[in-house]
Design a protein around this ligand. Structure first.
Ligand code: DGY
Length: 327
């Protein structure tokens, strides 16, 4: 007798190899791009599924989880999981997994790329050339910040923060950091990183400040008007964590008023919306949340999420399920 295959919803197209892998195991539905960014659409469909492989843009709220009466596992196609109501999931007995590690190097590369592009004004310089303004080498054109000997302050010294620190160290930067808990001394000395307990003090000492922390109650709008006032005027801000770590209205004002010298933002509080004042802010790079966007990483993320789903649906013990988020 044929056993009924479990039903798996992948909320939008992901690398085909991952879909194929899951199809060997279950009955897979792949949603249209963006369809399940709406809670309403998810509420309509979720009841049919045993497993949900969702994007970070999908709001897996308490109502969705309650409606998902057949749901056993939610695997987020991301390391950050602030889109999922974890408390509700746990109280309903639904397992949740994320995908750390596999995106660390891609995100470290990307943060370094943003820093280089921002500190050397590559966006403005390219626009200048394309607009036909390049009329010969200029000794004073597009002077930027040289990274050597500058302080890079990192808020959130987890895997991605450390990957960025390693790269920045190779460019001669000094590494300062703030983290929920201090790193062990071996890791600190390997990274040559100095712990600063107070984020405001870190802001004061950072020529470049990078946000690499998860979005939590304590990091929500951490970078606000007051925080920005403590940053040096020449400082640059990089955010590849979550948009809501920054009060975007406050940042837009600070950029327009030259309180800080520039920002590179990969993430926004109300994605895909971008605060309108940020769109016109000087020396600001705005990117569509692509820190982990390499072929290799996106496939690895998908495979990890798929493995979590397969393990849960196969009834594996919690300690055998990859990257289970524990209560
Ligand atoms: C994640 O996986 O949480 C990141 O935001 C990807 O860029």
């Amino acid at each position: 007798m044929n056993k009924k295959k479990p039903k798996i919803l992948i909320t939008e197209p992901i690398p085909e190899t991952v879909i194929k892998h899951l199809r060997e195991f279950g009955d897979v539905t792949v949603g249209e791009k963006g369809l399940f960014q709406s809670e309403e659409n998810l509420l309509e469909e979720i009841e049919k599924f045993d497993a949900l492989l969702c994007m970070l843009s999908v709001p897996v709220s308490e109502s969705v989880l309650k409606k998902g009466t057949n749901l056993k596992v939610v695997a987020n196609f991301a390391v950050g999981y602030d889109n999922i109501d974890i408390t509700a999931a746990h109280s309903l007995g639904i397992k949740v997994a994320n995908t750390p590690d596999v995106l660390t190097e891609a995100c470290g590369d990307y943060a370094m790329g943003l820093l280089l592009a921002l500190s050397r004004k590559l966006k403005e310089a390219e626009k200048y050339l394309r607009n036909g303004n390049f009329d010969g080498w200029e000794p004073l054109g597009f002077l930027g910040m040289e990274l050597r000997d500058r302080n890079l302050g990192i808020i959130g010294m987890g895997r991605i923060g450390q990957a960025f620190a390693n790269r920045a160290k190779a460019f001669g930067m000094n590494i300062l950091y703030h983290n929920r808990s201090r790193l062990d001394l071996n890791t600190e000395s390997r990274l040559d990183a100095k712990y600063i307990k107070d984020p405001i003090k870190l802001a004061e000492q950072s020529d470049v400040l990078s946000l690499n922390c998860p979005l939590t109650e304590s990091t929500f709008h951490l970078v606000d008007t007051d925080f920005l006032k403590h940053m040096p005027e020449h400082a640059l801000l990089i955010n590849i964590s979550r948009g809501a770590v920054i009060d975007e209205a406050a940042l837009a004002e600070a950029l327009h008023d030259n309180v800080i010298a520039g920002a590179a933002l990969d993430v926004f509080e109300k994605e895909p919306g971008v605060h309108p004042r940020l769109l016109s802010a000087p020396n600001t790079m705005l990117l569509p949340h692509i820190a982990s966007a390499t072929h290799r990483t996106r496939e690895d993320i998908g495979m990890l999420a798929a493995e979590a789903i397969i393990s849960v649906l196969n009834g594996k013990d919690d300690n055998e399920i990859p990257n289970l988020i524990t209560p």
